[in-house]
Design a protein around this ligand. Structure first.
Ligand code: SF4
Length: 367
């Protein structure tokens, strides 16, 4: 096996209290978890469970399902029971669905303070029901549904407004001695979002759920989320993350996982170290990198594979990786752990790398 000392991270985690979302711990020293949300109609139990299975396979730790109608509430027991990962019910307007979700065996319930004005008299009951069932909550403050009173006070959803809303809502539960909740203060602007979480992190030890809401289509949303989460996580802020993309939820999991791996907050698996190519390239680097990536997809070992276009930086990078190729003159020098093991014609580079990767992987332990 490999040496097991953990790789360095950029900062110590902010101390937060630990809560449970079913079998997954959030906060404290628990690994930062990755979440997504189903896009199926929740009442369509089979489709929803199918999507949850795909998310689970992609590495999702916790899944959230919307619950806007009585039919959806009725579907929750079957979904909560059959899902392999904890299910959070997302409830916006109706306290009765909060109880339905708790009774259904959901691991947690997300509530939105801005939408539950009538909620005040319900807080005590909800806190009691959640406590009795061992269910946690997320207080999900969102720029788009901020309390009217705060919108009037601040003019718009500023970081201060988001934080004031969150702290106030948290206090409502804390007054009833309920502490098993995490908080999110989402905004579609990464700058506002980062400022809000920075402020919130100073105000209490709540575990924090990070999200840039309505981040956009895959490319823009990926960048916005990576920048915002990176800024916070690199300083130890954030206990669970959800990347919001206008794209299939499995993509959100891939992006979230990659963000955590980039920061060494989750063990890296397959990593392709490929060069951007330039005027010196003697091989089609994009094609080679794509083919190697496709050929090695799904590998569960922390393998670094270098794909380099020429012999300038090629051999150096290829040597640093577990496995690599430096191309030139229609040939590829194949490196394993810093040693050239063979030189093959360009047409055999991909298959040789894949063969070698499989061989090395067999000697490694899965992460
Ligand atoms: Fe250019 Fe060679 Fe560097 Fe690739 S490895 S970017 S081809 S100099």
């Amino acid at each position: 096996g490999l040496p097991s000392s953990p790789p360095p991270t950029l900062a110590k985690r902010r101390p937060s209290r630990k809560i449970r979302v079913g079998k997954v711990e959030v906060g404290g020293d628990a690994p930062v978890s990755v979440q997504s949300m189903t896009t199926t109609v929740t009442a369509d139990v089979n489709s929803t469970l199918q999507q949850i299975a795909e998310l689970t396979a992609a590495g999702c730790d916790i899944v959230r399902v919307a619950c806007p109608s009585p039919d959806d509430a009725e579907a929750l027991p079957a979904i909560a029971q059959k899902s392999q990962i904890p299910v959070i019910a997302d409830i916006h307007f109706q306290p009765k669905y909060v109880y339905a979700a708790i009774d259904a065996g959901c691991a947690a319930v997300r509530v939105n303070p801005g939408n539950i004005r009538k909620f005040d008299d319900q807080v005590k009951q909800i806190a009691q029901a959640a406590k009795d069932a061992g269910v946690s909550l997320r207080i999900g403050v969102n720029a788009g549904s901020l309390d009217k009173r705060l919108l009037e006070k601040y003019g718009k959803a500023t970081p201060e407004a988001l934080v004031e809303s969150a702290v106030w809502e948290a206090s409502l539960f804390e007054e009833h001695d309920f502490h098993d909740f995490k908080i999110s203060v989402k905004h579609n602007d990464p700058v506002v979002m980062v400022q809000a979480y920075e402020m919130l992190a100073e105000r209490g030890d709540w575990p924090l759920h990070l999200g840039v809401t309505e981040a956009g289509p895959a490319f823009q949303g990926t960048i916005k989320s990576a920048v915002a989460f990176g800024s916070l996580l690199s300083r130890g802020i954030g206990d669970t993350i959800r990347v919001s993309l206008s794209a299939p939820p499995v993509e959100e999991i891939k992006v979230g996982t990659q963000i955590l791996q980039s920061l060494n907050l989750r063990p890296r698996k397959l990593e392709i170290v490929s060069c951007p190519s330039c005027g010196r390239a003697q091989v089609d680097v994009y094609k080679l990198a794509d083919e190697v990536t496709a050929g090695l997809e799904g590998m569960e070992v922390p393998l670094r594979v270098a794909v380099m276009g020429c012999v300038v930086n090629g051999p150096g990078e290829a040597r640093e990786a577990d496995l690599g190729v430096a191309s030139g003159n229609g040939k590829g020098q194949i490196f394993v752990k810093g040693e050239v093991i063979k030189t093959v014609p360009e047409s055999q580079i991909v298959e040789t790398l894949i063969d070698e990767a499989m061989r090395i992987a067999e000697e490694m332990e899965p992460v």
